[in-house]
Design a protein around this ligand. Structure first.
Ligand code: PMP
Length: 388
């Protein structure tokens, strides 16, 4: 019997459906009818008038697209200005902007882990870091989440001379922080480079939102490389690698996601630069997001995070989807994470705080969370949140 070459996709779709893992795209309306606790717009800067008008101005000045690879026509003065501002903010020698945080991660890991080197990767790392390891020509060793002894053993027992350790500063799903100071000590002892993805730390944690590395006193260290996204706290789009000048020079010469990708769109660069300026002027924004996250965590009956991410473990994917739907019916958009985004049996809601959530919106969100999650015992919202 001749079947269509794509029929197997229907079987896969049915399996997904049966396992409660069907995924659909739900377009947001421009009128924002649901209260957002799902986006990564942690500081509310995606719609900030200063950020939006800087994006529009960049669009008018430089056009809709970057017009080419960074090495050809895709580097404008605006890109250079953004890179200088990012490096100065994070306290690193240099910075290089990419079209996404995903591309920035692929660039660093592949460029620093050629054949004959070792990359030690935390088991909870984001898909972009996992893919980066898959593309790297060096040997990859995955170690349990934040297991310092395992990191040290992997490095100490290696036969390769060069090694890189890759981790996230703030876990994208759990919102927990990596033991960066101790990890850096291990890297120093073992002669390894530390690569830290600050996608969820940058703009939120550390002094003035300068990130978890700055909080750990590691900003600007000559054996630490940082990747950030411009699409979360900065409310724009794009990514960047921040680190020593010679690393950035090496990336410009060899990183395939820079050489073969069109440069970041000027509007995104302009918006990200304006958002960075806002952050410099309003250094408490990140703390405000963490405070809102604390209030949401209390309502959901889970421990307060040291980030803007509040995970609420449900377990079963179908139940997680049902809880997210109940939230939506009551006006709240929350994230719902199921395998393969999270391990089997750990499906969860992922609530993200926003620094600019009004008090009324926060009260409403907390009420909904108590109702949906059946934690009706806790009616008090901490008075610290009055200014949020
Ligand atoms: N790293 C982490 C930890 C992330 O959560 C994300 C985005 N979800 C990325 C990298 C990728 O960033 P971008 O969305 O800018 O590609």
């Amino acid at each position: 019997m001749v079947t269509h070459a794509l029929d197997w996709l229907d079987a896969v779709a049915q399996e997904r459906e049966a396992a409660g893992l069907r995924r659909v795209l739900t377009p947001r309306s421009a009128h924002g009818e649901l209260l957002d606790l799902a986006s990564n717009d942690y500081l509310g800067l995606a719609t900030d008038p200063r950020v939006v008008s800087a994006g529009v101005e960049a669009l008018r000045t430089w056009g809709a697209g970057a017009t080419g690879s960074r090495l050809v026509t895709g580097t404008t003065e605006l890109h250079a200005e953004l890179e200088a501002a990012l490096a100065s903010f994070a306290g690193t020698e240099s910075a290089l902007v990419f079209s996404s945080g995903y591309a920035a991660n692929l660039a660093v890991v592949t460029a620093l882990c050629p054949a004959g080197s070792l990359v030690v990767s935390d088991s909870a790392n984001h898909a972009s870091l996992i893919d980066a390891c898959r593309l790297a020509r060096g040997r990859v060793q995955v170690v349990p989440h934040n297991d310092l002894a395992a990191f040290e053993t992997a490095l100490a027992q290696r036969t390769e001379r060069r090694a890189v350790v890759v981790t996230e500063s703030v876990d994208s799903i759990d919102g927990d922080g990596a033991p960066l100071a101790r990890l850096h000590e291990i890297c120093r002892r073992q002669g390894a480079v530390l690569v830290v993805d600050e996608a969820h730390g940058f703009g939120i944690v550390g002094p003035g939102g300068r990130g978890a590395l700055a909080e750990a006193g590691l900003a600007g260290q000559d054996d630490v490389i940082v990747t950030v996204t411009l699409s979360k706290a900065l409310g724009s789009q794009g990514g960047a690698v921040l680190g020593p000048r010679r690393v950035i020079g090496h990336l410009i010469g060899s990183a395939r996601t820079m050489i073969f990708d069109t440069g970041l769109a000027p509007a995104a660069a302009g918006a990200a630069l304006a958002a960075l300026r806002v952050l410099e002027q309003e250094p408490a924004l990140g703390r405000a997001a963490i405070r809102v996250a604390g209030a949401l965590a209390a309502a959901a009956g889970v421990r307060a995070p040291h980030s803007a991410i509040v995970p609420v473990l449900i377990g079963d994917p179908g139940e997680a989807v049902a809880a997210a739907r109940r939230c939506a019916v009551l006006g709240l958009r929350v994230g719902c994470f199921r395998p393969p985004s999270v391990p089997e049996g750990t499906s969860r809601l992922r609530l993200t705080a926003r620094a600019n959530l009004s008090r009324n919106h926060l009260l409403h969100a907390c009420d909904v969370l108590r109702v949906v999650l059946g934690r009706t015992d806790n009616h008090a919202i901490d008075s610290r949140d009055e200014d949020s």
